[in-house]
Design a protein. Structure first.
Length: 567
């Protein structure tokens, strides 16, 4: 395969950095979806995390028009680099040319990216289409290393998520586009070739989960057979669902195209690989997926139990036994705040909360060191086995997509986004109509030096420092992000009303400028406050010299709503 050096043609998504992502990390993402009839405001909601000891970034990629019948060169370098040295060597050699992608135009996107190769793993586009990523265990019979497209990749041309966001307007359109890509080009998961993937996809009307697995070892490009097997299921409008790194689609009813769609080989491949016998029950997750582990089933339970406790779903920690419905009706309508709480869940109030372990509570008194996750050495010392929970210290970024189909495109979608672990970081609003984002959020992170000009490092340092005396420090951290998030939510109606009026009176360009200024004001307020919070926590907990700590805990300032046009 031909090698190509970086050029201006390829620099639209430049692989310049994020922290290494382990296979274990790939397995650790969590997603929760809520249909429009299940939410307080009629929006479609998606909460998702990208976990794995990575640092990510979020940036705007402009729309682009191509000439008619254009074909863009595709690039894919497999396997993914696992060290900084491997990444530098890959960049030095240049991209590997693997084929051509027909393309006429792309839409403006806000892309979340991570890993050494700056792989796109989620985001939202200008039409309010939003997506995320989930690793899935799959049957070993499905593994194939000949595919050239993946959920994420070292180049956007072979990234399913990048293509879905750049080329589709609706969830259904995105599912169809990504399905056609894996069928034509073959699927091999860039980060973990033995794995499949789930892609949660939402627009202002629907929420879908698409699951993709490999085609088996005998598939070859040009064979005329689909290069993957995939299925997508729609979330019932009045229900919620979740994914925690194991297949969740069960019975498939292709006679109901409003609720299911799949590749043409959904049954034939299973028969060919002797994973299913015709006439027997066809349960997708049993045929193609794996049982998973305790960390998978417990997170599924935690998400569903948080939103529908009246169902009294059982959790034994045995993944073979603990299988849950694809979706359930929540006890009450779901809000953005409810999903931020779910994404910060560590089994508090349940038997799986490790902070309640006797070793963390000597003499019935909770130790200030008691924490739900952290150093393996600490947990080994006190002989506690940690539980993998939804809230994770390994999150590179977490966001809640709030999509409202009744609003103009520029504010139809709002990402409540943070570039750090959910339990210590602050969610700030990023609207689908922004045309640029603050450099401290959009610049690729420096992962060979601590860089306190970058918000990624500030979030990471706050998480690390809070772990020194978690029970005390987390109160300080919450004292910063809780009022800020409440303020952002309180300002939302006023700001969006103003944006709509500007859009109606002055047009999209001026409204986009208004939205961009407000979004960046929110991001900069969080950035500044977390820089001060690092200092506060260092003085108070790192040096155990609280009298030297800044006398007042910092706060996230009120964002500036830009002045309305005067003419």
């Amino acid at each position: 395969m031909a090698k190509l050096k970086e050029s201006s043609e390829l620099a639209s998504i430049l692989p310049v950095g994020a922290l290494p992502l382990s296979v274990e990390g790939v397995r650790a993402c969590t997603t929760v979806l809520a249909g429009k009839a299940a939410t307080v405001d009629g929006s479609v909601l998606m909460a998702t995390s990208c976990d794995g000891n990575i640092m990510g970034r979020i940036y705007v990629l402009s729309a682009k028009e191509y000439y008619k019948d254009a074909k863009v060169r595709m690039f894919y370098d497999f396997p993914a680099p696992s060290t900084w040295e491997e990444h530098k060597e890959q960049v030095k050699k240049g991209y590997t040319f693997v084929g051509y992608l027909p393309l006429e135009r792309t839409y403006r996107c806000i892309l979340a990216a991570g890993h050494l190769a700056d792989s796109v793993t989620g985001g939202i586009n200008e039409h309010g289409l939003s997506m995320g990523i989930e690793y899935l265990g799959m049957k070993p019979e499905l593994v194939n290393h000949k595919g050239i497209v993946s959920t994420c990749s070292n180049h956007w041309t072979t990234s399913l998520i990048a293509n879905g966001l750049m080329r589709a307007k609706t969830a259904r359109e995105a599912v169809g586009l990504m399905g056609s890509m894996v069928e034509k080009y073959g699927f091999t998961y860039y980060w973990a070739p033995e794995a499949g993937c789930a892609i949660p996809v939402v627009d202002g009307r629907e929420a879908w989960i698409m699951e993709i697995f490999g085609p088996g070892k005998d598939w070859t490009p040009g064979s005329g057979k689909p290069g993957a097997v995939w299925c997508a299921q729609r979330v019932v409008d009045g229900e919620v669902t979740c994914n925690a790194n194991r297949s969740r689609i069960g019975e498939v009813d292709l006679s109901s195209p409003d609720d299911f769609t799949a590749s043409p080989n959904i049954y034939s491949l299973a028969e060919e690989l002797e994973l299913w016998k015709p006439g027997g029950p066809f349960i997708w997750y049993e045929v193609y997926g794996t049982v998973g582990g305790r960390a998978n089933s417990l997170r599924e339970w935690a998400a569903l139990n948080s939103l529908a406790p009246s169902l009294r779903l059982a959790a034994t920690g045995n993944p073979k036994q603990d299988r849950y419905p694809f979706s359930v009706k929540p006890d009450r309508k779901v809000s953005v705040q409810a999903l931020t709480a779910v994404m910060r869940d560590y089994y508090q109030g349940t038997p799986f909360d490790v902070t309640e372990h006797l070793a963390f509570n000597p003499g019935g008194q909770k130790s200030p060191l008691a924490r739900p996750f952290g150093s393996r050495d600490l947990f080994n010392l006190v002989d506690i086995k940690p539980e993998r929970c939804i809230g994770s210290e390994t999150s590179g970024y977490v966001y809640i997509s709030q999509i409202r189909n009744w609003l103009p495109d520029l504010i139809r979608g709002c990402l409540w986004f943070t570039l750090g672990p959910s339990f210590t970081s602050c969610f700030a609003p990023i609207y689908s109509g922004v045309t640029a984002l603050a450099e401290s959020w959009s610049r690729s992170p420096n992962f060979v030096r601590i860089d306190r000009t970058q918000v990624q490092w500030k979030f990471q340092l706050v998480e690390d420092l809070a772990g020194l005396k978690y029970q005390e420090a987390i109160k300080d951290v919450r004292g910063v992000f809780e009022p800020a998030e409440a303020r952002f939510l309180a300002l939302q109606p006023e700001f969006e009303d103003a944006a709509v009026q500007i859009f109606i009176k002055y047009g999209a360009a001026r409204a986009e400028r208004f939205v961009t200024e407000y979004t960046n004001s929110c991001l900069e307020k969080v950035d500044n406050a977390y820089g001060e919070l690092v200092d506060y926590l260092m003085f108070k907990y790192l040096y155990s010299y609280s009298s030297a700590a800044p006398p007042k805990l910092t706060e996230v300032g009120t964002p500036t709503v830009p002045a309305l046009p005067s003419n």
